[in-house]
Design a protein around this ligand. Sequence first.
Ligand code: SAM
Length: 257
Amino acid sequence: MTAFPLQVRGAFARHAADYEGQAALQRGIAWRLARLCRNLPPPPPDAPRADLGAGSGLLSRALLHHCPALGERPLQQLDLCPELLARNPLTTSGTAPLVWDLNSGLPAALEQAGLLVSSFALQWLEAPARELERWGRALAPSGWLAVAVPVRGSFPQWHQAAAAAGVPCTALELPDADDLIQALHSAGLPPALHQRLRFSRPARSGLATLRRLRDLGAGSSRKAPLSPSQLRRLLRHWPPGAPLSWDVLLLVGGRIG
Ligand SMILES: C[S@@+](CC[C@H](N)C(=O)[O-])C[C@H]1O[C@@H](n2cnc3c(N)ncnc32)[C@H](O)[C@@H]1O
């Protein structure tokens, strides 16, 4: 495993106990994506199903609420971080959880999948558009894919504060929404639905925003951390009380049976 996935796994592992307490946005997005899946035709009954980057299972639990028929064949809970999977209640009732690095594509057992879902995980991969295309190609006829992912255009307040302070912006680089939509087309799955939504999370200060991301386990960056003096400069240029905005892409696509 290369250095960045190890960093990501370590950060989520250290904060696994706090994840659900901090994950209001992720819970809301999981709920919204699951609602969008309510009226989809049922996936092929015998094909495997999985939640990719399932973590503590927020999306799969929301799906079971909105689409109770999915309960007859549980979604495999797959994630890089065993500590989060250990807190996932679905790992004791469904198929065995799988610790897996999605940078290596999907496990062979998920080829010809009936349902692949993922929320807030794709952005952590080395090549999100390439992996999304692989996920699309892995679907069986009549199979479905439903994904939520934060995209480029998020965190304008952070980028502006860093530019004004003259320091690097250490926010995670997020995938481009159009590249992801194109990836689904390339996999032969024109999205049945795509929505791009902006959410703003209120925050007392820049420091409170950065701490919240850290406490979620989502503080990893491909850039070197700021020095203490760079961090002080950044925070001086962060508008007091500015919320942090996230642009989130919701994508649902299916393979014609
Ligand atoms: C923000 S959490 C989202 C978890 C869950 N889907 C949710 O909506 O609450 C991101 C998840 O992606 C997982 N993840 C990050 N990189 C991964 C990788 N390379 N392979 C598999 N999972 C990964 C993390 O371990 C973490 O559980």
